[in-house]
Design a protein around this ligand. Structure first.
Ligand code: PMV
Length: 332
């Protein structure tokens, strides 16, 4: 793809998984660059995926974006164009792109579609533009639009640690490091009311607990990382649940509730499971779904228990998953 000199259309297709943070990124450093205010650590989820195809096409008059076949404009298209522009600039390409993305789970509802979506888009854009970039460089491109997306470039467990004016992303442990399952309890198919970006901006500006959260988050991240490396599932789960509840407390203090009654019912069921001796711990992102961490051996029993909680639409089981990867590319 080298400008408008008659080069033909070229595409790349990528599959990527969302990741769920055990230590949350919640808050941005002041200034430009979309730098997180907190270090985060996540597990990539094998059971959910996004497939995105980017086609640079000399016949297009503007960028086009469809998600699940639905044509998008406004903010979602603008965020996609941000990534496409960076790839075009680096490749000296002047062609517009068609972006076709499909999630096999509800979009924009707190199942971390932005992580899988923007990692898939960044990698597909870079490859369709024939740029020979290493993983760290593609992850950095995705991070500038959705910081959590940078973690989906690594299989298993990944960390995203803020630095001076950017952030470092790396694998912490491979996917077979710990035999855990993540059970995503889907409580609605609707899109969430307050996006992660808007939620964290509002929290940083208004929440009385924001500064406390930022200092807690750094300690919590270090403890979670150590528990993971020590393969101490119980400690990892307990610390992760506390981390998520602290994040939600910052938002609830200013009237931003991501939880719905069914989310609370699942949290209660998780506590009941623990009281009966089953190791199960909950985490939630900026949405109503609850993700439950269990040792892989108790997966089937806990899936059945959580699936029976009134209001839970379905339970999607994942293991630590693979990194974003190109599945097809060539001339369109
Ligand atoms: O990367 P974003 O802008 O979608 O923000 C993600 C924020 C949380 O999902 C709430 C936490 C995290 O670390 O993934």
């Amino acid at each position: 793809v080298s400008g408008s000199s008659g080069a033909g259309a070229r595409f790349a297709e990528v599959v990527s998984h969302p990741n769920i943070a055990l230590a949350k990124y919640w808050g941005k450093r002041p200034g430009d660059g979309n730098v997180p205010a907190t270090p985060s650590l996540s597990v990539t989820l094998s059971g959910l995926s996004t497939k995105t195809r980017v086609t640079f096409d000399p016949k297009l008059a503007h960028d086009e974006l469809t998600i699940g076949g639905r044509s998008m404009s406004g903010a979602p298209l603008a965020r996609a164009t941000e990534i496409l522009d960076a790839a075009r600039k680096a490749a000296s390409c002047t062609q517009f792109a068609r972006v076709e993305s499909q999630n096999d789970f509800p979009t924009a509802s707190g199942l971390a579609s932005s992580a899988s979506g923007f990692s898939a888009l960044a990698l597909a854009a870079v490859r369709a533009a024939r740029l020979d970039w290493d993983v760290a460089k593609v992850a950095e491109l995705a991070r500038r639009t959705s910081a959590s997306a940078a973690r989906s470039f690594y299989s298993g467990f990944a960390e995203l640690v803020p630095e001076e004016s950017a952030a470092r992303v790396a694998q912490v442990a491979p996917k077979d490091h710990l035999a855990l399952s993540v059970l995503a309890c889907v409580v609605t198919e609707d899109e969430k009311a307050v996006s992660s970006s808007d939620g964290m901006r509002k929290v940083a500006a208004e929440s009385p607990f924001y500064d406390a959260w930022v200092s807690f988050a750094a300690r919590s991240f270090a403890d979670i990382r150590a528990a993971l490396l020590a393969k101490d599932f119980e400690k990892l789960g307990a610390l992760s649940e506390r981390n998520a509840l602290a994040m939600h407390a910052t938002a609830q203090a200013i009237g931003v509730f991501y939880m719905q009654p069914t989310s609370l019912a699942v949290l209660e069921e998780v506590r009941r499971l623990r009281a009966r001796g089953t190791l199960a711990f909950a985490t939630m992102d900026a949405g109503p779904h609850v993700k439950v961490l269990v040792p892989r051996a108790s997966k089937d029993a806990v899936v059945a228990t959580l699936g029976a909680v009134p209001g839970v639409l379905r339970v999607i089981a994942s293991e630590p998953g693979d990194a974003a990867r190109v599945v097809a590319e060539g001339d369109a």
